[in-house]
Design a protein around this ligand. Structure first.
Ligand SMILES: [Zn+2]
Length: 285
């Protein structure tokens, strides 16, 4: 008998950040709400992604402790700081847990995210809130993870959100996927500095996740009030968002036109500042 697995999701909510010039939305600029997912058996657990700030890492560590499970590993889906800079407090509380990634490129991109240049970028938004030298995940040689007799699979998918190499965790037993930033749930997609080519690469990643035929997808960024984790809905909406962005961009002469067109199509989506940044970068002056 394999142990039945359960999934629990921690959502960070939105964090205020300093707004760039031109932001006049009437709401604070924020960083997208992020998730960390605990996959549990009866005794043990694997955590997927580890959030950004020290305070978030501490809250997450207490939440994991509260589950009563022994944390064996923290899997990092891709090398962006908002998915692993918060790991320190977890590793302090669970010293036997390993911080892992399943692709050498993810390790290298995570390492690059801790360079002084990248840390300056993160500290410009989260001054005093981040680990000074975040722990970087180590490469795990196995693409299978045994959780009390149930097998979890790590897959490398491709380049999605902001061009990072994206990996996922597939839970065949639950027909579930932890998608990292390939799929978004009720929140504006991160299309800052994206190009027609990078958006096409992202769409191809969505197709590869869909091919696994999941019923549930836990997305790396998710509005705290998102209605559900239905795989078909979040895949369809993420695909349509990228296609709508492409079409609206072609019809827009300035950022505000693109922003208005996308707001009309996605009025309930969270983190409007992501769309503002995406639009700003599409019209080089
Ligand atoms: Zn992210």
């Amino acid at each position: 008998m394999t142990t039945p697995l359960t999934i629990d999701v921690f959502n960070s909510g939105y964090k205020p950040i300093p707004a760039g010039p031109g932001w006049d939305d009437g709401t604070p600029a924020t960083w997208p709400a992020s998730t960390s997912t605990l996959i549990s058996g009866r005794r043990d657990a694997l955590l997927v992604d580890a959030l950004l700030t020290v305070a978030e890492g501490e809250r997450l560590a207490a939440w994991v402790q509260n589950s009563g499970r022994r944390l064996r590993a923290i899997f990092i889906t891709h090398g962006h700081g908002d998915h692993f800079f918060g790991a320190g407090p977890l590793l302090d509380r669970f010293p036997d847990a390993q911080l892992i990634a399943s692709d050498q490129t993810v390790v290298a991109e995570a390492q690059a995210s801790t360079s002084s240049q990248h840390m300056a970028f993160w500290n410009s938004m989260f001054a005093g809130q981040l680990a000074s030298s975040p722990v970087v995940p180590a490469l795990t040689s196995s693409h299978e993870f045994d959780l009390e007799g149930s097998s979890l699979a790590f897959h490398t998918i491709g380049r999605a959100d902001a061009g990072a190499l994206a990996t996922i965790v597939h839970l065949p037993q639950l027909q579930a996927v932890c998608s990292g930033d390939i799929v978004y749930n009720n929140i504006h997609l991160w299309l800052r500095d994206s190009t027609a080519q990078s958006r096409a690469a992202w769409l191809a990643c969505l197709d590869l996740v869909a091919a696994l035929k999941p019923r549930t997808i836990i997305t790396g960024h998710q509005d705290p009030d998102a209605p559900d984790d239905d795989a078909t809905r979040v895949l369809d909406e993420s695909r349509r968002y990228i296609e709508d962005f492409e079409q609206s961009l072609a019809r827009s002469a300035a950022p505000h036109e693109l922003i208005e067109a996308m707001h009309a199509k996605y009025p309930g989506y969270g983190n409007r500042y992501s769309l503002f940044l995406a639009a700003q970068t599409q019209f080089p002056s």
